[in-house]
Design a protein around this ligand. Structure first.
Ligand code: GDP
Length: 311
């Protein structure tokens, strides 16, 4: 079965690992968010692509849930001591990847090509494609002003409420090579449990990707990133409350309006018999446990998603 998953780097990467464990090598293509990318200390960092790479290869720090296991921080300490920019956490092992990627980009290699090379180095069983090779950057408008994504997320600890999200460059961006082909060849499409505004939104902002999903003839299944009406981590719950008006499955479904056939939600969010869906009644709800506390839970959720995708 050929599957395309749209994913950020957190919850998305863990469901992707569950799917990769279940599917045959070559069946899974992950389209990753690049709206969080940034240039820091002269390095091009792609946090979501890297989280996918680290999670799928087993290099991720499972406790921190980002960056590499066994990481050390000598470079960053030295940067700080020399008066350099040290607000963005870059570990020593992590820097190695950024150096290799940045050099390749400077030599004219596309982001998709260098991502494929990196994935090849760690022997991944699936393909990771950036949504686009073009420059696409998420910005957030808050009551304290408008910020570049990482300035708000890391620099300000995402403490400001978000009123609007903008994907700078999306209008001119083309899908990276392979993305449209993967979507056209897919037997199903999955939106991972990633932030709808910050991870899935920037991918769908590439209009040819959105169009390909709108025109698909196969099922598209989204997994809610909320458990008990709240994000497992990060600002998705707060953002949905403020920007969409609520955090019930109805509001999550509404954030993917016209794009999905089914929404997988946690048992704790299952609507009662008396609750009538108001915003997206045509979307089928699939109720299961969606908290991925270990590899077994990732695989169990992946199985439910695959079943919903084949229904
Ligand atoms: P980011 O790029 O690191 O923000 O990663 P994502 O957007 O892929 O993931 C962040 C989202 O994953 C958050 O909204 C979390 O609520 C969600 N998430 C994290 N762990 C889990 C989990 O175990 N289950 C579910 N359903 N969502 C999760």
């Amino acid at each position: 079965m050929k599957l395309v998953v749209l994913s950020g780097g957190g919850g998305g990467a863990r469901l992707t690992r569950g799917l990769a464990d279940t599917l045959e090598p070559g069946e899974l293509t992950v389209v990753g968010n690049v709206g969080d990318d940034l240039e820091v200390l002269g390095l091009h960092v792609s946090p979501d692509l890297d989280s996918l790479l680290y999670t799928l290869s087993g290099l991720i720090d499972e406790d921190r849930r980002w960056g590499r296991a066994g990481e050390t921080w000598n470079v960053l300490e030295s940067v700080g001591a020399w008066g350099g920019e040290d607000w963005f956490r870059l570990g020593d092992l992590d820097v190695g990847l950024h150096l290799v990627r940045t050099q390749a980009l400077r030599e004219g290699v596309a982001l998709s090509e260098i991502t494929a090379r990196l994935a090849g180095r760690v022997g991944l069983r699936c393909s990771i494609l950036p949504a686009t090779d073009d420059r696409l950057r998420t910005r957030v408008a808050t009551p304290a002003g408008t910020f570049a994504f990482q300035e708000w997320y890391v620099g300000r600890g995402h403490r400001d409420e978000v009123d609007a999200v903008e994907y700078v460059g999306a209008r001119e961006a083309s899908p990276a090579p392979g993305v449209l082909h993967a979507l056209q060849a897919a037997d199903a499409v999955v939106f991972a449990p990633s932030n709808p505004y910050l991870s899935i939104g920037p991918i769908l902002a590439v209009s040819a990707i959105r169009r390909a999903i709108e025109r698909r003839s196969v099922r598209c299944v989204a997994v809610s990133p909320l458990v008990g009406g709240q994000a497992v981590s990060g600002p998705a719950g707060r953002m949905l409350s403020r920007m969409a008006g609520g955090t019930t499955p109805d509001f999550v479904a509404q954030s993917h309006k016209d794009l999905i056939d089914a929404l997988v939600i946690d048992r704790s969010d299952a609507p009662g018999a008396a609750d009538v869906p108001v915003t997206a009644p045509e979307i089928e709800l699939v109720v299961t446990s969606t908290l991925m506390h270990d590899r077994g839970a990732e695989r169990r959720l992946a199985d439910v998603v695959l079943e919903a995708a084949c229904a």
